[in-house]
Ligand binder design. Structure first.
Ligand code: NI
Length: 167
């Protein structure tokens, strides 16, 4: 197994759009295994390809209902409830930064598992939040983008501090 380095805010790969995975092969299985391991060691509940520098549409997450780590390939949201919820959120790419983010309370997400089988995940509460957060990553969207301009302004100095500058 290989633990991957996690890309920190300021990395351009976090702002890019990940591409669909067409074939599920050994490379994808290895990546999924490494991402789960990386997520676990970092103490996170979700990780997206971009965060380990891979622009493939793949996420790993801890399903809080089943208490197990799952992988979802090419995930897409097919339903977002109108009812929203505002709860604290963090991200492995933003060390020590947390804020309350408004998200849909329930989602339905479709994607593939590691056997290439189409799966549907219905999530509410924390699971819904994790899925929305990770799928955002695949589109280059970060949780701080979902904050109000006033909240972002308050975080400005903290963000500047953690932000890495690429050569
Ligand atoms: Ni994140």
């Amino acid at each position: 197994m290989a633990v991957k380095g996690i890309k920190i805010y300021g990395s351009s790969v976090l702002r890019e759009k990940a591409q669909p995975i067409e074939n599920i092969d050994q490379k994808v299985w290895d990546l999924a295994r490494d991402m789960k391991e990386t997520m676990r060691l970092a103490g996170g509940v979700g990780l997206a390809g971009n965060q380990v520098g891979v622009l493939w549409r793949i996420i790993t997450f801890t399903n809080p209902e089943e208490k197990k780590d799952q992988v979802l390939i090419n995930p897409h949201i097919v339903y977002l409830s109108e009812e929203k919820e505002k709860e604290e959120e963090g991200c492995l790419s933003f060390p020590d930064i947390y804020d309350r983010v408004e998200r849909a309370k329930e989602v339905i997400v479709e994607g593939w598992n590691l056997d290439g089988k189409e799966i549907t995940i219905e999530g509410k509460g924390l699971l819904a939040r994790i899925l929305q957060h990770e799928i955002d990553h695949l589109d280059g969207i970060l949780f701080v983008d979902r904050l109000s301009p006033a909240r972002r302004l308050l975080l400005h100095n903290k963000l500047k501090k953690i932000s890495i500058t690429e050569e």
